[in-house]
Write a protein that binds this ligand. Structure first.
Ligand code: PEP
Length: 249
């Protein structure tokens, strides 16, 4: 069965709650699609108003982060159960900004992925190489290492239902998009890695996004690649262009 494309916006640390609701209203008609799953991954404080604002539409809400512990003395953190209760369906795990600025490593991210599944959330697990790693020729080895470490003890059934986002760090927020060939090469390698660790059916089912300066002009070519099942979109998810990315055909 063909995989359904999924386009997710990553709002990062943008949009106050009132701005978030205004953006949802602005995008409402533009992001309508039967063919593509649409997700807004929003700051924690925006979750409740955004869930309310997209009610009855085709948009699902995601979080940008969560903690792996059930509850308790973890000041400033948000649990998976809190997200679920608030109406969240997806959660970004391991975005390169969290790996870099907040020193989140693969051991921690593996715990987060498992907790997300346990709670009934769909993880959007990010991976990606630095420019230095790409120039050293170790991109595919690095990505495979990230995927294998982050998915330790995650079942085939869970992997089949999740989303993996390939985001070359040098392409995020820089206006520099990976070439279609570069993006396809790595997304294919991720699928092969899933086939190696799990099986062919799991690899065939898992949805793999490309992220890194996706915009209304390059989405169609990127999403037409056989192993690219949509995009994780930062900057362009905050404007009307996001509707063009969702309706890229
Ligand atoms: C991202 O933050 O996940 C991202 C891909 O950002 P941008 O689209 O702005 O490069």
């Amino acid at each position: 069965m063909a995989r359904k494309k999924i386009v997710a916006g990553n709002w990062k640390m943008n949009m106050t709650p009132s701005q978030a609701v205004a953006l949802c209203n602005e995008l409402k008609d533009l992001v309508k699609s039967d063919e593509v799953d649409v997700v807004y991954c929003v700051p924690a404080v925006d979750i409740v108003p955004v869930v309310e604002a997209v009610k009855g539409s085709n948009v699902a809400v995601g979080a940008e982060n969560m903690y792996f512990e059930e509850k308790g003395a973890y000041t400033g953190e948000i649990s998976a159960a809190m997200l679920v209760d608030a109406g969240v369906k997806y959660v970004i795990i391991g975005h390169s900004e969290r790996r870099d600025y907040f020193k989140e490593d693969d051991v921690l991210l593996n715990k987060k992925v498992k907790k997300a599944f346990e709670a009934g959330l769909t993880p959007i697990l990010c991976c990606g190489e630095t420019l230095e790693q790409r120039e050293m020729g170790i991109t595919l080895d690095w990505i495979r290492m990230q995927i294998k470490s982050d998915l330790v003890d995650v079942t085939a059934e869970q992997v089949a239902s999740m989303v993996i986002a390939y985001e070359p760090i040098w392409a995020i927020g820089t206006g520099k998009t990976a070439t279609t060939e570069q993006a396809q090469e790595v997304c294919k390698a991720i699928r092969e890695c899933v086939a190696e660790v799990y099986d062919a059916a799991t690899a065939e089912a898992v949805r793999i996004q490309y992220g890194g300066s996706v915009n209304a002009g390059n989405a169609a070519e990127l999403f037409a690649q056989p192993d690219i099942d949509g995009g994780l979109v930062g900057g362009a998810s905050l404007k009307a262009d996001f509707g063009k990315i969702v309706n890229y055909k």
